[in-house]
Design a protein around this ligand. Sequence first.
Ligand SMILES: C[S@@+](CC[C@H](N)C(=O)[O-])C[C@H]1O[C@@H](n2cnc3c(N)ncnc32)[C@H](O)[C@@H]1O
Length: 249
Amino acid sequence: MGRRRKYELDGHVMTIVNEPEERPKISGDPPHVHFSIQHPILDAVSACKQLLKAMDAGRVRSVCELFGGSGWQTLQIQRTLKPRAHVVLDSSPDCIASIKASLPQVTAKVRDSFALARAGFGGLEFDYIAADFNQYTYHRDLTDPKYKGVMDGIFKAAKTYVTLADSSWYGVLRFRRNRESYAESIGMDPDVPVDYFRALNKQFKKRAGFGIVRVARWGTSSEVLLQRGYKGEYEVQKATEPVQFRILE
Ligand SMILES: C[S@@+](CC[C@H](N)C(=O)[O-])C[C@H]1O[C@@H](n2cnc3c(N)ncnc32)[C@H](O)[C@@H]1O
């Protein structure tokens, strides 16, 4: 049995419920409460803030967050978009208990978001779907049976915006072999890693009618903002929004 901890994020007191005594190995798809307080992922928070600022808040009345984790993204969405309805899901009861303790105004539920997306959200639609996957890469999207139908379900149920945590960028930048396999699967130029997003943009437009509006990237990952019907230019930027983080107890 773990213990409760508190931290302050951008002036809001957040609670981690039932944090285990020992930090588990980070592999597979672990619940985020387990390490976010010891290992705050401030670059990801910064990227999320950057993309939320680029959205038209007036068009976002309903939000579904598929991977709520410890709730730092939930806080940013509440602050920036102020949606009327905000559903947050996670497969971990500890994550959901933490979100309920930190942000009681949202609807937080234990759910398997992969299964839900694959099943088309039971026909429900949302103005914005936030998909902060642990381990999404475009290659995995195309080849891993666990991801089959998940992004298609998300694109179908999202009326205006989708944000996607995409780690392909890191592999594309770092490993020649990945660049070659992406060159083959989505037609990017293996000598120009930033070309990855151009190829991804083309793919998502063709596959789902969603275009990239902005990408915020950092050392190991990136967050991509997609909008239905968007055909304009987009920017790939470093995550630079300031984030305040302080452990309280
Ligand atoms: C990258 S973290 C999300 C971090 C989150 N944005 C935050 O604000 O803390 C991914 C989360 O997905 C959850 N998860 C993994 N598989 C899931 C599934 N099939 N359905 C729902 N949640 C899942 C994990 O428990 C983890 O908390």
